[in-house]
Design a protein around this ligand. Structure first.
Ligand code: GLA
Length: 393
């Protein structure tokens, strides 16, 4: 978190870098996923919303064909010739310091396969108030803000879905994290008071009003501060198990398996693979049920689905942690309508849908329970469904 606004911080960084004012400011938010975890790379359904925390990019042009990035993550600028991006990514990405792979990877993804001769050189200064490492997609926020800025200044004319796809490509190939497209789509398409019901196969997105405000509800985030890293480890293993399950069932992706197919799946595969498959298949159904329930009965009716999603991630997909389980259990005891871990898992954050009046007591109860358990203090705050990527100035 920065002390000042990210826009002011980005402008100050830009001026220090380029000794000039930026030509514009662009920003994109982080996201919380309401429900639909590890379904995106299985061609399934997700239902995230963009949050208020944003990453801001201040951009100026330069009269050579180079791109220079600087950020509040590390004030040492990184500079590359635009024509060298293709040689760097993906094979030589290790030569670039990790944070800079996100904006430079987006520039690479946007230029690759097109005649880049017209692309003007740029300076980008990046500042953010999306918490890093909390599972709130600080990386998608960098990608969305960078993609929006470069799309405008390079006159590429790409739509929001294409910009999200460029962000995902940067994440997968320039950073090397084998993630799906949920985070980038949420960051590009977010709207105030609304969730994005996304079909990750067709990329059709419906904006669904959440009605939390009217119902007097808040979404509480409990950042356990147990860090998670998706470039390695458990995330990739879960993805491989899903691909194995789909192959055994003879389908292209687990999206094509229905809940009614699960008894047959259980006969065909080992227990671990089966439980991974069962999570994805039931989670896809829960996303659809959550959207329908929300529309028919309002937000107070979706709590059971949030709870069931958490149980499935804890018991079948095995991506929760003791800290996340504790946050969820205490929130529920304190009166939350529903609670679940959110994001890729193995750390990061849990969310609880909760009556606004219960926020202070729930926050205190979770903090006390973490202290009693000997866990590090969590960071607990509310988030509000917000606007997606945009040009700010
Ligand atoms: C991370 C990835 C997303 C998605 C979630 C799990 O946030 O970036 O693509 O797979 O994990 O739902």
């Amino acid at each position: 978190m920065t002390d000042t606004t990210p826009a002011a911080a980005a402008c100050a960084l830009f001026t220090a870098l380029a000794a000039a004012d930026p030509v514009g400011l662009w920003s994109a938010p982080g996201r919380v996923n309401l429900i639909g975890e590890h379904t995106d790379y299985n061609d399934g359904f997700v239902f995230p919303f963009a949050i208020g925390g944003r990453t801001v990019v201040a951009l100026g042009t330069r009269d050579d064909r180079r791109i220079r990035v600087v950020s509040t993550f590390d004030e040492v600028p990184v500079e590359v010739a635009l024509d060298d991006l293709d040689a760097l990514f993906p094979d030589r990405r290790d030569e670039i310091v990790e944070w800079a792979r996100y904006p430079l990877g987006v520039a690479w993804a946007l230029l690759s396969g097109r005649d880049a001769a017209d692309a003007v050189g740029v300076d980008l200064a990046i500042a953010s108030d999306v918490p890093v490492g909390a599972g709130l997609s600080s990386s998608a926020a960098i990608e969305g803000a960078t993609a929006s800025a470069l799309n405008d200044v390079w006159g590429l004319g790409l739509d929001r879905v294409a910009l999200a796809q460029a962000g995902r490509r940067a994440e997968n190939e320039a950073v090397g994290a084998p993630t799906g497209i949920m985070d980038q789509m949420a960051s590009m398409l977010g709207r105030a008071d609304a969730g994005i019901f996304l079909d990750c196969r067709s990329l059709d997105a419906e904006i669904v009003e959440l009605g939390f405000d009217t119902a007097g509800l808040d979404v509480l985030v409990v950042d356990t501060r147990v860090s998670h890293a998706h470039a390695t480890g458990g995330y990739g293993e879960r993805r491989a198990a899903c691909e194995r399950g789909a192959a055994i069932m003879g389908v292209g992706a687990l999206r094509d398996i229905a809940v009614g197919d699960l008894p047959r799946a259980q006969e065909l595969m080992d227990d671990v693979t089966f439980r991974r498959v069962r999570h994805v298949v039931t989670e896809n159904q829960r996303v659809r049920d959550a959207v329908r329930t929300l529309r028919e009965d309002g937000p107070r009716a979706i709590g059971g689905l949030l709870d069931a999603s958490h149980a499935s991630m804890r018991d079948d997909f095995e991506i929760s942690t003791p800290e996340l389980d504790l946050a969820v259990a205490v929130a529920r005891d304190a009166g939350a309508i529903g609670a679940r871990m959110t994001g890729g898992g193995f750390g990061g954050s849990a969310i609880a849908l909760i009556d606004r009046a219960l926020v202070p007591a729930t926050t205190a109860a979770i903090a006390a329970a973490f202290a009693d358990a000997g866990y590090g203090a969590p960071h607990i705050f509310t988030v509000h469904p917000s606007q997606g990527a945009r040009r700010d100035a």
